[in-house]
Design a protein around this ligand. Structure first.
Ligand SMILES: Cc1cc2nc3c(=O)[nH]c(=O)nc-3n(C[C@H](O)[C@H](O)[C@H](O)COP(=O)(O)OP(=O)(O)OC[C@H]3O[C@@H](n4cnc5c(N)ncnc54)[C@H](O)[C@@H]3O)c2cc1C
Length: 436
């Protein structure tokens, strides 16, 4: 049986990413050595799990986090670091499907999500290279006009005043490339070093009283009045409540959730520090960029003047051997001046998508819950999702119920068929990118 937790990262260790080069990864937390009982057990120490643990501890609950590998081992410690606005669907699409009132609720929750990220960074003094500004860059004229419509809609209907439209000349001056035809700058969005942030959340949760066990993989869950979890070493955890926060690394731990979220891989490279004069305005502005391709390119500068560039996806469990070359090719298309620049780091990560790309909040039983499937838009949403779970336990809000009523259908076919169907669908859309 293929294990997503170790197939691409032997020994369950962090990948050799730019992010791991910026933090101390030597200090392991203990693994679970004995049977325990607790109020709330959380599986997975990413943004979702740790944010939940921190919020629960702040509310006075006893939270225990079990992590198969290391804090931030999953998508949370290796992503593009973009703290984007809104949901994965734009507001127009949300309005069309759910009506304006619900679209507004989605928007407000996403705004709260960005605020929550910022307030945790401030409150817990997390040093994670936080910077404002994401540019939505359009690859053709049609996408530029669409992006202007979206900007107008956000300003007029949602009173969102942080956007500035960019024409072709302006975007090319800021980004130092002629590749893009326009777009907008969102100064209410931001970017950060995700591994520093997730480790900061972990420390804050521990300070607030949560217990976190690394190298503690849950292999079996027995749902009941209480939840009984068995780990790979045979230790047992009995918990009153359970949150499954495993996202793309879930495997078959919970079949019902697994049928609704699909793991896919995405890849990032980081160049050597750029030679003096290269991408000068881009480094100075220090904005992140996400473009309008179906499989978006996303990039931003690092504090030590590298280009961190994400692009390229695959849909098999194992990362392809040539993903560094693929991502590099995409980068050089946008920045031909970097054709001789060395790539110091390349890594991949697994995220989870749902069929309609909205997050999957599930009540697995009366005492067990799962949250996952942010579909590539999870940095801010996973942080608020953890808080929403804590509010559910404390009976302080109904937001969990709101999300859990969304129609997140299972992917068609049994597990053997789901992959070929997904690959076919994604291949079709990636073809569209080529002809845009
Ligand atoms: C390459 C890449 C780039 C991305 N870029 C962005 C971006 O720029 N902006 C954005 O908004 N989103 C982005 N995302 C998505 C975002 O990173 C995720 O939505 C978010 O991190 C999900 O957090 P999580 O805590 O739910 O899951 P994860 O961070 O994946 O955490 C799940 C954890 O569960 C653990 N686990 C799994 N199974 C078990 C088990 N059986 N027992 C114990 N522990 C277990 C795993 O080891 C893992 O640490 C990106 C994702 C990837 C992969």
């Amino acid at each position: 049986m293929i294990d997503l937790l170790s197939i691409n990262d032997p020994g369950g260790e962090y990948p050799k990413s730019y992010y791991t080069s910026t933090v101390n990864i030597q200090n392991h937390l203990p693994s679970l050595q004995e049977n325990i009982k607790c109020q709330i057990c959380i599986i997975g120490a990413g943004f979702t799990g740790l944010s939940a643990a921190l919020s629960l501890s702040d509310l006075g609950y006893e939270a225990v986090v079990l992590e198969a590998n290391r804090i931030g081992f999953g998508a949370s410690g290796r992503n593009g670091g973009q703290v984007g606005s809104g949901q994965r669907w734009n507001q127009e699409k949300l309005e069309m499907h759910f009506g304006f009132k619900d679209a507004q609720i989605f928007w407000n929750i996403a705004e709260d999500a960005k605020k929550e990220v910022y307030s945790r960074i401030k409150r817990h003094a997390i040093k994670c290279d936080y910077n404002s500004g994401i540019i939505h860059a359009s690859i053709n004229q049609r996408d530029t006009l669409d992006s202007y419509d979206q900007a107008d809609q956000l300003r007029n209907k949602y009173n969102y005043q942080h956007l500035r439209k960019l024409n072709e000349k302006e975007i090319s001056e800021i980004l130092d490339t002629d590749f893009y035809k326009g777009g907008y700058l969102d100064l209410g969005a931001s970017h950060l070093n995700p591994l520093k942030f997730v480790m900061g959340l972990g420390s804050a949760a521990q300070t607030a009283g949560a217990r976190i066990y690394e190298k503690t993989k849950v292999v079996k869950i027995e749902y009941g009045k209480k939840n009984k979890l068995t780990t790979s070493t045979g230790t047992v955890v009995d918990s009153d409540y359970l949150l499954i926060a495993c996202n793309g690394y879930l495997g078959n731990l919970d079949q019902q959730t697994a049928s609704r979220v699909m793991p896919i891989n995405n890849f990032i490279i980081a160049t050597e520090p750029l030679k003096s004069g290269f991408l000068k305005p881009f480094l100075r502005y220090n904005y992140a960029v996400a473009d309008s391709k179906f499989i978006p390119n996303y990039f931003r500068p690092s504090p030590d003047k590298r280009l961190i560039f994400g692009g390229g996806e695959n849909y098999t469990y194992k990362f392809p051997k040539n993903f560094k070359k693929i991502s590099r090719g995409k980068m050089v298309k946008i920045y031909p001046q970097l054709k001789d620049t060395k790539i110091d780091f390349s890594w991949g990560g697994t995220l989870a998508i749902t069929r309609n790309r909205l997050p999957c909040f599930r009540k697995v039983s009366r005492t067990a819950f799962s949250i996952s499937g942010y579909s590539g838009h999870g940095v801010a949403l996973s942080v608020i999702a953890g808080k929403i779970f804590a509010e559910l336990i404390a009976k302080k809000s109904e937001k969990f119920d709101y999300f859990s009523q969304l129609p997140i259908e299972p992917f068609p076919g049994k597990s053997s068929l789901r992959w070929p169907l997904l690959v076919l669908g994604m291949f079709w859309y990636s073809l569209r990118d080529r002809f845009k």
